[in-house]
Design a protein around this ligand. Sequence first.
Ligand code: FAD
Length: 395
Amino acid sequence: MPETYDAIVIGAGVVGASAAFHLAKLGRLKVCIVDRGPVCGGGTAKSCAIVRSHYSVPSNTALTLRSLEMFGAFAEWLEDADAESGFVASGYLIVASEGDFADKLRRNLTMQADVGAETFLVSREEALERHPLLALDDAAVIGYEPKSGYADPYLTTTSFIRAARAKGAVVETERAVEGLIVEGGRVRGVRSAQGDIHAGLVISAIGPWTRPLTESIGLEIPLEVSRHIVLTFGAAAPYAPELPVIKDLTTANKMYFRPASGGVVLVGTGDHGDPVADPEAMDENVAEDFVLLQGGQLAHRMPSFAGVAPTANWVGPYDITPDWNPVLGPAPGVEGLTLAFGFSGHGFKLAPAVGLTLAQQILGQDMDVDITPYGLERFETGKLLVGAYGVGSIS
Ligand SMILES: Cc1cc2nc3c(=O)[nH]c(=O)nc-3n(C[C@H](O)[C@H](O)[C@H](O)COP(=O)(O)OP(=O)(O)OC[C@H]3O[C@@H](n4cnc5c(N)ncnc54)[C@H](O)[C@@H]3O)c2cc1C
């Protein structure tokens, strides 16, 4: 007898975990989560997990605000007293020098306030009160979000998985999905070396690895993968966990940094990254030139970091769509199949709300935020969700 469920979620990253939990919570569906590796073994494990409402696409801000509500009451929302996201509301400062980005930053703060975000301009002095290590002489515009911050991607994902299990979900790890079972234009389940699994609803949340699955049903998707490097730097004094996240639009690679455990600062980039033909074969080596570049940019923004050595580095994949926003919603031509991919380097913060709204869409319920504009067809109709800052994960 094949295993049979109401719904199968492929991928146990933060998006799949959130979708599975919400399907079980809102629809009381019997869900099977299948991953070819462990829980949280993909891009989510490499995430910097910054949660900010600063976007230029209003629906991204709306989704983040919904996620922030969940992070603020995580255990209650997950109905699990032990659920933990590691969220720290350290605040978020975004800095631009005079010019193009300064105007866009000002405009986007107004847009976000219209959508309901608590965000406003601060002076250099006010920014320094919140983050005394900064040097801000070249900062013409500084935006601030007091309620944003950063979370722990592993804790968040495993908490969603555990809460889903508490609602009856079954988790199949080390089980790669090798294909979809489609009959008469409807999805009927998935194939794996360990046997078929049947369900009338399938959600694909496999990020950079989506293309082989969609190709197997003859669906072309616009998706490219790039490699991003994260570095951590230690300083003489531990970097305090309550210091705000910094986004530095004055740097060409749109550098960001935030506190990380062990009193170090974690530094990443919001640019395109290096294109990767095969996400399986990502170069793990980090070039010395890049370390020097990032160290120099960090020391420019925080002079006390001049000359400090990196303490760790890692690389992770961005699954990028042409407009740097995810594809969410039904797969054209295959009833019952839902796609969630292309988070373009900013999907962690969206994931709680995306899991909720995908479940609402699938169940035919009112959506807390309308995700219809994120459908795959936008690349045909030209109704793209293009952000104001150009290429990069800020969107
Ligand atoms: C370096 C870096 C920094 C980032 N920083 C931030 C940030 O600060 N804030 C933010 O909001 N976002 C950030 N992101 C983006 C965010 O982390 C991702 O968008 C998000 O984690 C994607 O989650 P996912 O569940 O879609 O994918 P993944 O976490 O990649 O999960 C996909 C899962 O699918 C599984 N899978 C693949 N193929 C198969 C198959 N055939 N069968 C079964 N399972 C399969 C994989 O094993 C994996 O577990 C960052 C990303 C990176 C790489």
